[in-house]
Design a protein around this ligand. Structure first.
Ligand code: NCD
Length: 297
């Protein structure tokens, strides 16, 4: 039997995305227990920092009655110098039923699937993708707008953002209109056009009117080449979101963590009534329950 995997949005058809989102929304509404008949062992290997994603995967597994085993870089023998491949062989020999992995290297979830016969979910690989973040964002869009096609703007460090890449893929697959707002130093237009050739590009926040949702993304300090600190300063000056940009009152998203007063000003983060940021976190748990159910079938 071929194992299910979510290493990229490319692994999912539009139909898979709909049924995972429907299941997540069903879990959210349900008052009944979601405990599954057979408990499974799920390994969470997080080799980059995480709050929301790691806790929501653990909570999702527990709500389904599964065992969630968490390993991070500091706790693993990687910190003693063991190679990534040797660590993987070690973990796989304990026969987990599924592996959730976050890694700083692009494509490592896909490479694990090639080598090992195990269901894998990508919880963020380098600058490549973060498919479950895009799917939870999509669930929230579906919860609010139902089946309406919307206009969504994605603004920030698009070049280094795995969230941007997965969202741009997913939103095109599901037929939504995607606008990208970024300075040239945070954008590789050709790369984005390859993902979705219908994306509309904007150079600043003032040029976008009538968006249903504005998604701000974190400046990925840790992925910006050293010596380019002036990008942060320029971005803060030209793109930091203030109330004056929000006169059309779009919903506001951000996957977190937020760099306060770099992407979003305190005045907006603390007071904007149409912020969805904490609803995204909440939805993450139900979406990850649905993803676990999908790969463990
Ligand atoms: C994102 C990530 O790790 O890619 N965070 C998250 O999972 N909620 C976004 C980010 O770090 O900027």
């Amino acid at each position: 039997m071929v194992n299910k995997k979510i290493t990229s949005i490319d692994d999912l058809s539009a139909k898979d995305i709909q049924s995972i989102a429907d299941l997540a929304l069903k879990f959210k509404k349900s008052t009944k227990s979601s405990i599954q008949k057979k408990s499974k062992n799920i390994f969470n290997l997080f080799l980059e920092p995480s709050t929301r994603t790691t806790v929501s995967f653990e909570l999702a597994a527990k709500k389904l009655g599964h065992n969630s085993i968490n390993i991070n870089f500091e706790k693993s023998s990687l910190s003693k110098g063991e190679t990534f491949n040797d660590t993987m062989d070690t973990l796989i020999s304990m026969k987990p039923d599924a592996l959730i992995i976050r890694d700083k290297n692009n494509f490592s979830p896909r490479n694990i699937v090639k080598k090992h016969n195990i269901p894998v979910i990508n919880a963020g690989d380098g600058t490549n993708e973060h498919p479950t973040q895009a799917m939870l964002d999509y669930c929230l869009i579906k919860e609010i707008f139902r089946n309406r096609k919307i206009k969504i703007g994605i603004c920030g460090d698009i070049k280094h953002s795995r969230v941007a890449h997965s969202n741009i893929k997913l939103l095109s697959k599901t037929g939504h209109e995607v606008h990208v707002i970024a300075p040239s130093y945070f954008l590789n237009k050709d790369e984005i056009k390859k993902i979705n050739n219908k994306v509309v590009f904007h150079k600043n926040l003032n040029s976008i009117k009538k968006l249903d949702i504005l998604m701000m993304l974190r400046v990925q300090k840790e992925r910006i080449p050293k010596g380019s600190k002036n990008m942060m300063t320029s971005f803060k000056r030209d793109f930091c979101l203030r109330s004056k940009h929000l006169l059309n009152m779009p919903y506001l998203m951000h996957p977190g963590p937020v760099n306060r007063n770099i992407e979003i000003s305190d005045e907006v983060l603390d007071n904007y009534p149409k912020s969805l940021i904490l609803r995204q976190v909440e939805m993450g748990v139900y979406l990850r329950m649905a993803c676990l159910k999908y790969i463990l079938k």
